[in-house]
Design a protein around this ligand. Sequence first.
Ligand SMILES: [Zn+2]
Length: 101
Amino acid sequence: MTTPKTRRRLLRRWIHRMPGMISCEELETFILDYLDDDLPAPKKRVFERHLKMCQECRDYLAAYCTSLALAKQAVAIDDGIDNTDIPEDLVTAIIEARNTK
Ligand SMILES: [Zn+2]
């Protein structure tokens, strides 16, 4: 008799032995390129095929996207107070004041 956990483990092993299938670890290394749409078509297909069959990687990708979105928000907030808002004249004045000391 097999428990659901054993069945899942067997399924995972079976998934990874299929031709053209990647492991969960390999999938992780492709995630950034996948999200940037930089994966070549064959790799993208393999990536998506793995995702369809692997709940753990779907969960991982969802968590990854959430963290990425949060990181992007943080960067956007940083950009809001970035030196792009500081007038060029003020920067020049500060540099000149420092140099005269
Ligand atoms: Zn996986």
